[in-house]
Design a protein around this ligand. Structure first.
Ligand SMILES: [Zn+2]
Length: 146
């Protein structure tokens, strides 16, 4: 008599659909030189921006204010610089394209990447032009953002 136990195992695995669909919605961003820089679970255009320099804010650690985004960066970090801000200075550990050294973003803490609460991507530094995102992937976007 054949057992049907394996069947229930198969059907329960379909409950893992949310993971599969969020993977499908990953966005890929490139440096203007064509180097792959960032893959992230949400469109950069939909993320908040800093008021100081309009950099895109990617939450890199879970906090009471929200969950960290799922993302991976392909960058090299250079020596920190001090930026003058209203009311003081800000230390920026700058992130550069590994191929052409273009500045693409920064964080406020030393390596590793994501060691601080946020990673910032400079406005206009990255493009999705080389992305292999299928056009129907954008249909999920409304669902995810709602
Ligand atoms: Zn580059």
């Amino acid at each position: 008599m054949p057992k049907v136990v394996s069947r229930s195992a198969v059907s329960s695995s379909t409950d893992a659909q949310p993971t599969a669909s969020s993977t499908a919605a990953l966005r890929v961003y490139y440096c203007i030189c064509g180097e792959f820089i960032l893959v992230i679970d949400k469109s950069l255009a939909s993320l908040p921006k800093r008021t100081t320099d309009s950099a895109i804010v990617i939450r890199s650690q879970d906090s009471e204010a929200g969950k960290a985004r799922v993302f991976k960066l392909n960058v090299v970090m250079k020596d920190p610089i001090l930026i003058e801000r209203q009311g003081g200075h800000e230390r920026q550990y700058r992130l550069h394209c590994p191929r052409c050294s273009l500045l693409v973003g920064y964080q406020s803490t030393p390596l590793p990447i994501k060691s601080g609460p946020f990673v910032y991507i400079l406005k206009g530094a990255l493009t999705q032009l080389q992305g292999q995102v299928p056009s129907d992937a954008f249909e999920d976007e409304k669902l995810i953002q709602s």
